[in-house]
Ligand binder design. Structure first.
Ligand SMILES: *[C@@H]1O[C@H](CO)[C@@H](O)[C@H](O)[C@H]1NC(C)=O
Ligand SMILES: *[C@@H]1O[C@H](CO)[C@@H](O)[C@H](O)[C@H]1NC(C)=O
Ligand SMILES: *[C@@H]1O[C@H](CO)[C@@H](O)[C@H](O)[C@H]1NC(C)=O
Ligand SMILES: *[C@@H]1O[C@H](CO)[C@@H](O)[C@H](O)[C@H]1NC(C)=O
Length: 476
């Protein structure tokens, strides 16, 4: 068994099992005492010279019955414990029909635990070693990148880790997602419970992350998702297990989150507040940059290709025209695919109203000040066909304490010919969005007026962006 220090992964050092020195010295004393008696006995029947030296050494060295027996017993017990370690598939195909409700297919034999202080507030998770694991560590043999059922997990006592196991010291964050760690929305849903755990546990930061997608190993996080995780928690080191041979890896401490959501609204808000604060701080956004309290700053956050507006310049003109009618209103137009993470953080820090097509770029919404507004646009077909998933940014806005000001579903466009539901999804997903000048103008006027009123109220009460400038962020 080798132990790997995460701070300098090149330094492998070998550790032995605990020495059991008490047992040994008892044995040694007993051996010496028996030897002494034996010697006396021998002395009585043999002449002094013929009997003394070699039996003593023989007994003391290797054939002490007590020492041997104890070591053999320990060895046997350890072997039994080690052989009892049972690996089960990480993805339990028996529950794959309904992987997201209740019992999940990832480590399906284990029940989530709540700790007392976090009761029902936080997402359910697993922690190892814990009372629930009988003090056992989590071990993974999980290098497969295409079949979660080929990866496996087990629990083992640190004194009897599986053969060829590598013990990875420190804290490990293990995340399984039904979706992915690349897309902004899915990625942030997967990391939010870890941010919450990190904050609650005196800012404990992991030495490594282990990522799974339906039990398949993943070694990358999307750039934006990783930037949020690094701002909120600290450096992200993603484990690929390549340097530890073919054996399993066991974790000194491990936290596992395997389903998104399940966090109470009040808790979610605190976590989004912290992520906003730390992202702004990391990107050098100051209270001054956040800007005038009476201004109303609108941003059109646009997309290229799929779900872009068919006539962008026409849409921009509508919003500019409405903004001109509001005192202190400004409009910015941005394409998130062209921006660095910090550009996005800065832009959203300076935005009170974001208008944007439905899409991953909207995950940036939590970076606005609390109570900021969102206007969302969908191409034809979504309302009827896309299911509940199309409302994710309403949920996120609610979670982050923003105001979702409604959605516009384009009524124009070709119908999908297919009668089967599935082939229509890519067809609708990738199409463009039209516009309705009269509707957009009326909607913008209403949202801008409300935002203006909110800003004025806030300015007069001396509120506004309490998370920037005035107080340090949590865990900084
Ligand atoms: C106990 O195990 C150790 C290490 O595996 C081995 O070197 C030793 O010979 C074993 N002793 C007995 C008495 O089985
Ligand atoms: C998990 O919870 C279920 C239902 O409460 C229970 O029947 C089962 O024994 C638990 N399993 C473990 C491993 O604790
Ligand atoms: C975009 O809209 C403007 C104003 O409604 C119109 O003049 C222009 O022709 C449109 N452009 C395209 C490519 O449809
Ligand atoms: C958000 O708006 C609501 C209602 O106007 C208000 O009660 C609340 O204090 C505001 N929160 C923040 C953080 O500005």
């Amino acid at each position: 068994m080798s132990v790997v220090d995460p701070k300098s992964s090149s330094s492998h050092r070998t550790s032995s099992f605990p020495a059991h020195s008490t047992n040994r010295s008892v044995c040694f004393l007993a051996t010496t005492f028996i030897t002494f008696l034996l010697l006396l006995f021998l002395l009585q029947i043999e002449t002094l010279k013929s009997s003394l030296s070699w039996p003593f050494f023989q007994l003391h060295k290797d054939e002490s019955p007590c020492h041997d027996a104890t070591t053999a017993e320990l060895n046997r017990t350890r072997t039994i414990l080690r052989d009892l370690v049972t690996f089960l598939p990480l993805k339990d195909v028996r529950v794959s029909e309904n992987p997201r409700s209740g019992r999940t297919w990832f480590m399906s034999s284990m029940n989530d635990t709540f700790e007392e202080e976090e009761e029902e507030e936080d997402a359910q998770h697993l922690y190892f070693p814990s009372q629930a694991s009988n003090g056992r560590l989590l071990c993974l043999s999980a290098r497969d990148v295409s079949d979660g059922a080929k990866n496996s997990y087990a629990l083992a006592w640190s004194e009897a880790l599986p053969r060829d196991a590598t013990l990875l010291s420190g804290l490990t964050f293990i995340s399984d997602t039904y979706y992915d760690h690349g897309n902004l929305w899915h990625g942030i849903s997967a990391i939010t419970p870890f941010v919450s755990w990190h904050q609650r546990k005196q800012c404990a930061a992991p030495d490594r992350w282990v990522l799974f997608h339906r039990g398949e190993l993943r070694t990358r996080m999307g750039g934006w998702v990783r930037a949020v995780a690094e701002a909120a928690i600290g450096e992200v080191r993603i484990e690929d297990f390549r340097e530890y041979g073919n054996g399993p890896s066991c974790f000194e401490q491990a936290v596992v989150f395997r389903h998104e959501g399940a966090m109470k609204k009040t808790r979610k808000r605190q976590v989004y507040d912290m992520m906003r604060c730390k992202a702004r701080s990391r990107c050098g956004v100051t209270a001054e940059a956040v800007g005038s309290k009476a201004a109303v700053r609108m941003t059109l956050l646009l997309r290229r290709w799929s779900r872009s507006f068919k006539n962008e310049s026409a849409v921009i003109r509508i919003f500019e025209r409405e903004c001109e009618k509001v005192d202190g209103c400004t409009v910015k137009v941005a394409w998130s695919n062209k921006m660095t993470f910090c550009d996005q953080v800065k832009l959203m820090s300076e935005t009170d109203v974001v208008a944007s097509p439905h899409g991953a770029q909207l995950a940036n919404l939590f970076l606005m000040d609390r109570n900021s507004s969102i206007m969302e646009f969908y191409p034809k077909g979504w309302r009827e066909r896309a299911g509940a998933g199309q409302y994710v940014f309403r949920w996120m806005a609610d979670g982050a304490g923003m105001q979702h000001k409604g959605s516009w579903w384009d009524p124009q466009g070709e119908e999908c010919e297919s009668t089967d539901k599935t082939p229509c999804i890519p067809f609708y997903k990738n199409r463009q969005i039209g516009h309705d000048e009269v509707y957009f103008a009326g909607w913008a006027a209403k949202v801008l007026a409300e935002a203006k009123e909110h800003k004025l109220k806030e300015a007069s009460s001396g509120g506004g962006s309490p998370e920037v400038g005035s107080t340090p962020c949590p865990c900084s």
